[in-house]
Design a protein around this ligand. Structure first.
Ligand code: HXC
Length: 269
């Protein structure tokens, strides 16, 4: 019987089945790789089947596990329901849902169209609910399930040019807490990870292009961007028996970014 200190042992996730939205690229591809490396079978979901096919093939080759890709837009409840059903049909069950599909761009609120705001809410927030709702029936059958929602720290303060993403991620954190409360009795834990600036992600390419990278790094006490593997390690911990009594919690992994103050113009590097 695995104990709480066996988090990263070989085969820690043998027999597990995880579905990861946004798993074709970036942070969520890193989580897919980590779960598969520890023995899980994984379905990655995003909008583009060609991206998924390449990622699934590479992840299977790297980990020796079965990684499949199913195209679905999380904004479409029927499409994500079909993807989840196909995953259960293929692997026999579902233990873990990671809600990572997200959309973002820099836009001043005064110039952001209502549809631009709605689009990000639809992907991040409604997508998280759609997938969680569709997975509930399957997750409630395993006796040890996890929903892991990837949010951000944008909404802890006002963040310029990010009203759409901040509102969406605040909603995602609210979904984490509410589902944890409602679904605990079904043996479903619901947790979140709030990554700070993470290197080599689509998010940072969009939000901190060029010279903004140095400016942002100066405001991080750890004096660097985080890595995809550091988020994946948090996702492994939250999936493990070590976190069996952790639910409704959002784990911030940001090198201290969100607790630092820019007061007096100080930087940390
Ligand atoms: C202003 C924009 C815009 C931009 C799109 N829109 N890009 N408005 N500035 N740069 C507006 C459009 O004008 C349109 O409104 C509406 O948004 C929908 O745009 P579409 O292109 O039709 O939508 P769609 O094809 O569904 O694309 C969704 C998307 C896109 C979010 C806009 O960028 C996308 O699919 N991104 C996926 C990958 C991604 O963004 N990853 C980064 C996540 S980063 P109108 O009114 O014209 O119809 C992240 C990290 C956050 O989540 C935290 C970091 C610390």
């Amino acid at each position: 019987m695995p104990g709480p200190l066996d988090v990263f042992r070989d085969n820690a996730l043998a027999g597990h089945v995880a579905l990861i939205t946004g798993g074709g690229t970036g942070i969520c591809r890193g989580i897919a790789a980590a779960y598969a490396r520890l023995g899980a079978d994984v379905c990655i979901v995003s909008r583009k089947q060609d991206v998924l096919d390449i990622a699934a093939k590479e992840l299977s080759a790297q980990t020796g596990r079965t990684v499949i890709g199913i195209a679905a837009d999380v904004r479409d409840p029927e499409a994500i329901t079909r993807a989840i059903a196909a995953t259960v049909e293929r692997f026999g069950k579902l233990d873990t849902l990671v809600n990572g599909a997200a959309g973002n761009f820099l836009a001043p609120a005064a110039a952001l169209s209502p549809n631009g705001f709605k689009t990000v809410i639809d992907i991040d927030l409604n997508g998280t609910f759609n997938a969680s709702r569709a997975a509930f029936e399957h997750l409630s059958k395993t006796g040890d399930s996890l929903i892991l929602n990837i949010s951000a720290t944008l909404h802890y303060h006002g963040t310029p040019l990010q009203v759409h993403a901040s509102a969406a991620k605040a909603g995602v954190d609210a979904v984490t807490k509410n589902l944890a409360v409602e679904w605990g009795r079904f043996k479903i834990r619901v947790c979140g990870i709030a990554p700070g600036p993470i290197a080599e992600t689509e998010g940072m390419k969009r939000l901190a292009p060029g010279e903004l990278t140095d400016k942002m790094t100066a405001g991080i006490p750890a004096a660097r961007f985080g890595t995809i593997d550091e988020i994946a390690a948090a996702a492994v911990y939250l999936r493990s028996p070590a976190a069996a009594y952790v639910t409704g919690h959002v784990l911030v992994v940001d090198g201290g970014h969100c607790v630092a103050t820019p007061a007096l113009g100080m930087s940390f590097s």
